[in-house]
Ligand binder design. Structure first.
Ligand SMILES: [Zn+2]
Ligand SMILES: [Zn+2]
Length: 339
């Protein structure tokens, strides 16, 4: 490569340009390989898991650890990274903020600031050009859609373009503590992978217990949560019900509700992104929403943006009753008066 010596004087500081959507530094090959390792290794483990389950090497310790870590990290994403940090659907006391940032990082879906920047860009462009992971990127015939679903599920992770943090999450960049936790991502990945092995080993007081816990509660758990999260990008933008009017292809998918902690009520989420409860209709299970309700009762969360009947009712495609936690126009002033 040749370099040209430029003798022209340096230009004066340019006038403030509008920030670009993308970071100036694209992803390098090493980073792509690293993403590949983190996608492929847990996925291979997941495939290998099935025959293993019938042999040796799966005990109650492993099942319990896998479920506990799945819930801790999955809620870190759903309640923390998504509803709190990306959309500000409630306010939280400092210890809870730190806990959410740590738990979400341990899901191994990227550092806090990257996750939030990508997701805010997704909402800005939702299924249009600029959306980092729309399944409709290549068109809407079945072939384009098959390609698009793969892209939305997994392919976009390998895109060389980084979403600009300066443009999409200046609030978190300015938040020293959260920016620091975001920078601690590699260490939190290590904790997330090693903690189950350590606990499993001590619990069973054996090396085998450490190995099986690492397999089930680290690798399989991470892979499973990855696929559930990515399904929100792929499946919930393609299949399911449009229960609220939206300008994109986001849909409500009921069979993913429990596994995704309520994130699969994605159609409501795009209709009203700051709403703290995504399963806003009666009977829609929303674990993260329920936990926010619990945190509010305990005084750790406040100013929660619960579903608002006045806002949501006109957007419903079909009349269905909104669930518990919904603010009704008549009852709210009375409740305030009693308080
Ligand atoms: Zn979406
Ligand atoms: Zn969102």
């Amino acid at each position: 490569m040749t370099t040209v010596t430029d003798t022209t004087p340096a230009p004066a500081a340019p006038a403030r340009r509008p920030l670009s959507d993308l970071q100036e530094e694209p992803k390098g090959n090493a980073e792509k390989v690293l993403v590949g390792v983190f996608v492929a290794v847990p996925m291979l483990a997941l495939i290998a898991a099935v025959p293993l389950a019938w042999g040796w090497g799966l005990g109650w310790h492993d099942v319990i650890l896998a479920i506990v870590f799945y819930y801790f990290t999955g809620l870190g994403i759903s309640l923390g990274f998504h509803r709190y940090f990306t959309h500000g659907s409630f306010k939280a006391k400092e210890p809870l903020r730190v806990l959410m940032a740590v738990a979400g990082s341990m899901a191994i879906e990227g550092p806090l600031l990257t996750w939030v920047a990508d997701h805010r860009r997704h909402h800005k462009y939702s299924d249009k050009e600029g959306d980092p992971h729309s399944p409709w990127r290549f068109g809407d015939d079945w072939k384009a859609l098959a390609k698009g679903l793969t892209w939305a599920h997994i392919g976009w992770l390998f895109d060389a373009n980084h979403t600009s943090r300066e443009k999409f999450c200046p609030d978190l960049l300015a938040d020293k503590r959260m920016a620091r936790i975001s920078g601690l991502f590699p260490a939190l990945v290590a904790v997330s992978l090693l903690a189950p092995a350590l606990i499993g080993g001590l619990w069973s007081w054996s090396w085998q217990g450490a190995v099986t816990a690492f397999f089930w509660a680290s690798l399989v758990r991470v892979a499973f949560l990855h696929h559930v999260t990515w399904s929100i990008n792929s499946i919930c933008h393609t299949f399911g019900k449009e229960e609220f009017e939206v300008r994109d292809k986001s849909r409500n998918v009921n069979w993913l509700a429990i596994l995704s902690f309520g994130e699969s009520w994605h159609n409501l989420h795009h209709a009203d992104p700051t709403c703290a409860r995504h399963g806003a209709l009666r009977g829609q299970i929303d674990t993260a929403g329920r936990l926010i309700w619990f945190f509010e009762k305990a005084g750790w969360a406040y100013d929660v943006r619960w579903p608002d009947a006045t806002r949501l009712a006109p957007r419903q495609t079909r009349a269905r009753r909104l669930g518990a936690m919904t603010r009704q126009p008549e009852t709210e002033p009375i409740r305030r008066a009693q308080a």
